[in-house]
Each structure stands twice: as structure tokens, then as C-alpha cells.
Design a protein around this ligand. Structure first.
Ligand SMILES: [Zn+2]
Length: 110
């Protein structure tokens, strides 16, 4: 079993740049300070400049959905940042449509 730092380091090595950029920008408040600094160091190692981080953050901030309390909404299917609400049917036993519901979705699942 991995301890927290080893598991985090393994995740950090295989994470895509976009996921890391999301974490240090719009999801910044959800990170512990050490995790934030490690992600920023990893991005710098990959050649991502602070200006790139800032421009990514501005673009994502403009498109992501937030709750009334300011927290970021996640896609109901994959937990990525949600960019829009779509209407889907809530289905009894996953088969019988009962009531329409608004679901937050990412760009991929829109
Ligand atoms: Zn998604």
C-alpha cells in the first residue's frame, strides 16, 4: 500500500498537463499547500510557464460552473470540471424514465 506522498507522486507523474493546470487554478482551494507547490513544480519541469498557468486559469474560470457557495461543480460522469448543465431523465432501475433532472457535465460528456 502506498503512503500519501508516494501515491501522490505516482499520480503526479502520470497526470495530464490539463488536469494539473485545473488543479492549480480553479481547484486551487481544494489543495493542501504542499500538494499545490508540488504540482506547480511538476508543471515548471514540463515547461509550463506561470503565464501559461494564468491564461489557462482565466479560460477555465470563464467556462466552469460554480455553486452558490463558490465551489466548483464536477461532471456527474467523470468528476472533471463541469462546463454546462444538461437535462437527463432520472430512470427507475436505470431503465424507466421518471423525472427530468439537470446534470453538470464536462466538455467531453456534454
Ligand atoms: Zn465528464
Amino acid at each position: 500500500m502506498f503512503s500519501y506522498p508516494e501515491a501522490f507522486q505516482a499520480w503526479l507523474q502520470r497526470a495530464e498537463n490539463e488536469e494539473l493546470l485545473d488543479r492549480v487554478t480553479v481547484l486551487r482551494d481544494e489543495l493542501e499547500p504542499e500538494a499545490r507547490s508540488r504540482i506547480e513544480a511538476e508543471l515548471a519541469n514540463r515547461g509550463v510557464s506561470p503565464a501559461d498557468v494564468a491564461s489557462h486559469g482565466a479560460a477555465r474560470e470563464a467556462e466552469c460552473l460554480r455553486r452558490v457557495d463558490g465551489s466548483v461543480r464536477r461532471c456527474w460522469r467523470c468528476q472533471a470540471l463541469a462546463t454546462e448543465l444538461v437535462r437527463r431523465w432520472w430512470k427507475l432501475y436505470g431503465v424507466i424514465p421518471i423525472v427530468p433532472v439537470a446534470r453538470p457535465v464536462c466538455r467531453e460528456h456534454a
